[in-house]
Design a protein around this ligand. Structure first.
Ligand code: FAD
Ligand code: PYC
Length: 416
């Protein structure tokens, strides 16, 4: 690309940037595809990209009821880590973490991955025992994680108050390879790269029914823009997955809860890492714009409203002010909610379903952003080959019947 002079840039801006190409086509639905993906979040867009890139399936459409990235992908607090307890989960999340490391180069899109370290605080003896167990389990599985004393935690994050507070800091688990990425850029980067490989990205297209053949196989979907046929349909609709699966007569063990986050007014760089406190449901990092990005716990009640109770965010802010007293005078700019899909064992489902040709990627609860590239990669494999990738083979629907649960409640970051 030729470098622009300041004058050329100004002229382009005054002309309304008419020469700039849209990043992806405004595709219109065609009558039939080889595969459909329901849900234009990171997991769905990423799956479409890997279907085209790695499995030669270019005749694919992503159907999104609103705008791409408008679901949880564009609403999360962007924390990335892979320090889960069980080997199955650590392997899956670490698969994703490895993708994050060169995702910007792979997509030629700056997803602003910033491995600044994720520190999880222990406030009770129980927390300390659990985190130490995680540290050992992770290291045995080849995933980095280390235990810090309160003083080491403060040295890593100077604004942290380890003094005499209601929630004493007894230590912390630190994953140095963890960090953050720009969530919108992940959706946009996958969308642009998938579009370039021929994938149709169809926004404002809500799936309202699942079409089944006489033998039970999936045949396509009914949408607000007409019927679209395909022999394979992958659903990645986060909090609305159970609604869509019900259209196909498949019950999934999911509960949908609002989860909220908020940002402060922007300030100079003061916060060098990510800090999470599972016990008190608060987590915090600083965006490149300078805003403190703060997350809260889930609401106590299931709901599809993309907003939650005020007391939940107030509680998170109280905890943040005690842990980081220097932020007491900051004003909050805005808050929002997303709908997270929670399974009984707090682990995802990436699997075939009892309906031939219908696949599901859901149950990420409060923690699926970090998994986006790895999850999309193995989901595409599952759809293309009609069998799971070895990494998602344990994450079946049947485990809830057979009892082969992968209980990651302690690693899930936000108690739910
Ligand atoms: P989404 O991005 O939600 O995409 C699903 C899409 O499906 C949506 O765009 C929706 O509009 C669409 N859809 C729904 N129904 C239909 C239909 N009928 N037809 C067509 N389209 C439909 N995870 C982390 O790892 N780290 C974090 O720090 C973190 N923080 C979070 C903070 C908050 C406040 C929230 C809400 C979530 C957080 N998460 C976090 C979780 C993470 O955001 C999600 O697990 C992840 O983004 C899910 O991605 P997805 O692509 O599966 O879903
Ligand atoms: O899963 O790491 C996580 C997370 C942090 C905040 C919300 N989810």
């Amino acid at each position: 690309m030729q470098p622009f002079s300041g004058l050329a840039l100004l002229l382009r801006a005054l002309q309304g940037q008419r020469s700039w190409q849209p990043q992806w086509r405004k595709a219109q639905p065609r009558p039939a595809y080889d595969a459909l993906i329901v849900g234009g979040g990171g997991h769905g867009l990423g799956a479409a990209y890997y279907l085209a890139r790695e499995h030669g399936m270019h005749h694919v459409a992503v159907l999104e009821k609103g705008w791409i990235g408008g679901g949880n992908t564009g609403r999360n607090t962007t924390i990335i880590r892979s320090n889960y307890l069980f080997p199955e989960s650590a392997a899956l999340y670490d698969h994703a973490l490895k993708f994050w490391q060169d995702l910007a180069q792979a997509l030629n899109y700056n997803v602003m991955f910033s491995p600044r370290g994720v520190m999880m605080l222990a406030h009770t003896v129980h927390d300390a025992q659990v985190f130490k167990r995680h540290v050992h389990a992770n290291r045995a599985a080849g995933v980095d994680n280390e235990w810090l004393t309160p003083q080491q935690a403060k040295a890593f994050c100077p604004p942290l108050n380890i003094g005499d507070i209601r929630y004493p800091v007894l230590g912390a688990a630190l994953q140095r390879r963890g960090g953050t990425a720009r969530h919108d850029a992940v959706a946009w980067g996958y969308a642009r790269a998938a579009d370039a490989l021929g994938v149709d990205i169809i926004e404002n297209c809500e799936v309202t029914g699942v079409l089944r053949a006489a033998d039970g196989r999936v045949e396509g979907v009914r949408t607000t823009r007409g019927e679209i046929r395909a022999p394979r349909v992958g659903v990645a609709a986060a909090g609305h997955t159970s609604v869509i699966m019900q259209m196909a007569g498949v019950k999934v063990p999911l509960e949908s809860y609002p989860l909220q986050a908020l940002v402060s007014e922007p300030v100079k760089p003061v916060f060098p890492c990510v800090v999470m406190s599972n016990t008190i449901h608060a987590y915090i990092s600083q965006s490149d714009k300078g805003e403190l990005v703060i997350g809260a716990g889930t609401d106590a009640y299931t709901s599809y409203t993309q907003r939650g109770g005020l007391h939940i965010t107030s509680h998170a802010l109280e905890a943040i002010c005690e842990l980081f007293p220097m932020f007491r005078r900051l004003r909050m700019l805005r808050s929002w909610g997303g709908i997270v899909d929670v399974t009984p064992d707090r682990s995802p489902i990436i699997a075939k379903t009892p309906v031939p040709g219908l696949y599901v990627n859901c149950g990420w609860g409060t923690g699926g952003f970090k998994a986006t590239p790895g999850s999309a990669h193995v989901f595409a494999w599952t759809i293309a080959r009609d069998e799971p990738h070895p990494l998602n083979a344990p994450f079946t629907l049947e485990r809830f019947r057979d009892g082969a649960l992968i209980d990651e409640a302690a690693a899930a970051a936000v108690a739910h």
